[in-house]
Ligand binder design. Structure first.
Ligand code: PLP
Length: 450
């Protein structure tokens, strides 16, 4: 029974990112099936998945083509590794497909199981790139506050979330600059454009402070996702790109959330005009159906890595796993053979964004921001001073719990409600999402006396 499952779960399952005391009190949910954009609990409740799982099921839960491809692969070659000059057909074909859907300068792929491992891989690739050029002193990495790049020690060090840093004995060669979060970081009288330029120039200042000869790379998500769907001001990325072009450092775009259609293009880098040297992907590459991540390596980096003999002494038992690769290949087939990405960008995203912006009239909404099928709603008590409704994000937590009870799966980060619905949602389903969120906001306003 569901009660038995919950009791066993609490007894034995050490969950990621879960407050066990709160879990014991509220009881959690056990999911047993999913269809289209809906997830169903074992006791029969249906929820509209406004988060595409963990930002990965961009095509929803009913992709029979991916299921068939995985099943066939399990029957033919369930596993073999790609170390020591071995390979397999799905990994080879997926590498070629990824090269075809990314910018021309990407012609090589390194496969991992996850985004965290892919970001670890980035650090090792960057290190080897400079070592092979006889510049081993270039080893400092610049990242951003409130970024999320994963949970391994290296990825958590790259990340900039306070709570995670407190629990990580982080790498001392990683340095951070501010996030481009106008609503949170800018002064009340600073325009988004001025703020965008100012905060981007912190990269230049940090390079000068650390010494250009010592700095290896800058890593950033095109849109910070887990940090709160931080849509950078229009001035931000052009300034970052200028600095990376003028300075002798590599640019790494972490596309783990933004990749495969989330922001309205195949990759967030295209939406924001970024030209990264390395690009991290994971999540939606398999529509979340199998664990798979990796790094797209540009010719600039690959030419150095491949010029000299000798191994890149890095790899994972499941790098290029044939079954995961088959899922990736089937996912890319859907994305390439349908107009899901362009039609979500042209039809669904404008509808979602304009419906959500109507919530700016709600008494407790301070800002709605978003791009593509990606959005955040900031909760405040006072719109002009941005005073929050309650300490410790209690109002946003309440709002999220209320939305969940109403049948909507959304997340809360800080004082923001965040969402990333599947690209296969219908307009009517997006309306349902906004209406459930609206109800949750009303109940939150009432609960917190606003
Ligand atoms: N990078 C970004 C931008 C992410 O959002 C995440 C996960 O949410 C990761 C990396 C880590 O990916 P994974 O959980 O697959 O290790």
């Amino acid at each position: 029974t569901t009660d038995n499952l919950k009791a066993l779960d609490q007894a034995h399952h050490f969950h990621p990112f879960t407050d066990f005391h709160d879990y014991a009190e509220r009881g959690g949910r056990v999911f047993s099936r999913a269809e289209h954009i809906y997830i169903y609990t074992s006791d029969g409740h249906r929820m509209l998945d406004g988060m595409s799982g963990l930002w990965c099921c961009n095509l929803g839960y009913s992709q029979q083509g991916i299921v068939d491809a995985v099943t066939a692969q399990l029957q033919n070659l369930p596993y073999y590794n790609n170390f020591f000059q071995c390979s397999n057909q799905p990994a080879i074909e997926l590498a070629r497909a990824l090269v075809e859907v990314t910018e021309e300068r990407f012609n090589h792929v390194f496969f991992t199981n996850s985004g965290s491992e892919a970001n670890d891989t980035n650090l090792r690739l960057v290190n080897r790139y400079y070592q092979l050029q006889g510049r081993p002193e270039k080893k400092l990495i610049i990242s951003r506050n409130n970024a999320y790049h994963g949970s391994t020690i290296a990825a958590a060090s790259l990340g900039g979330m306070k709570g995670m840093h407190e629990q990580t004995n982080g790498l001392d060669y990683v340095h951070h600059i501010d996030q481009p979060h106008w609503f949170e970081v800018a002064g009340l009288d600073e325009t988004p454009d001025d703020f965008g330029r100012r905060v981007a120039r912190q990269l230049e200042e940090k390079i000068d402070e650390l010494g250009e000869a010592n700095v290896a790379a800058f890593i950033a998500e095109p849109v910070q996702g887990a940090g709160g769907v931080i849509i950078p001001p229009d001035t931000y990325w052009p300034e970052i790109q200028r600095i990376c072009d003028e300075r002798d450092i590599l640019l790494i775009a972490d596309e783990v959330i933004c990749g495969f259609g989330r922001t309205g293009s195949w990759f967030g880098s295209q939406t924001f005009g970024i030209r990264p040297d390395l690009m991290t992907f994971a999540k939606a590459v398999t529509n979340g159906y199998q664990p798979l991540g990796g790094v797209m390596i540009s010719d600039k980096v690959a030419d150095v890595l491949l010029a000299s003999p000798g191994e890149f002494t890095h790899g994972l038992t499941y790098s290029g796993h044939p079954t995961a690769a088959a899922a990736g290949l089937a996912t890319l087939k859907v994305l390439r053979e349908t107009d899901i990405i362009s039609s979500a960008a042209a039809n669904l995203a404008p509808h979602l964004q304009s419906r959500l912006r109507e919530l700016e009239d709600h008494p407790i909404v301070g800002q709605v921001r978003g791009r593509g099928m990606f959005a955040a709603v900031e909760l405040v008590r006072d719109k002009s001073s941005r005073e929050r409704l309650a300490d410790k994000s209690a109002a946003a937590v309440f709002c999220r719990n209320t939305a969940n009870e109403l049948g909507l799966m959304v997340r809360q980060t800080g004082d923001a409600m965040i969402m990333a619905p599947p690209l296969v949602s219908s307009v009517a389903e997006l309306d349902d999402l906004v209406e459930m969120l609206h109800k949750a906001l009303d109940l939150t306003a009432k609960q917190f006396g606003a």
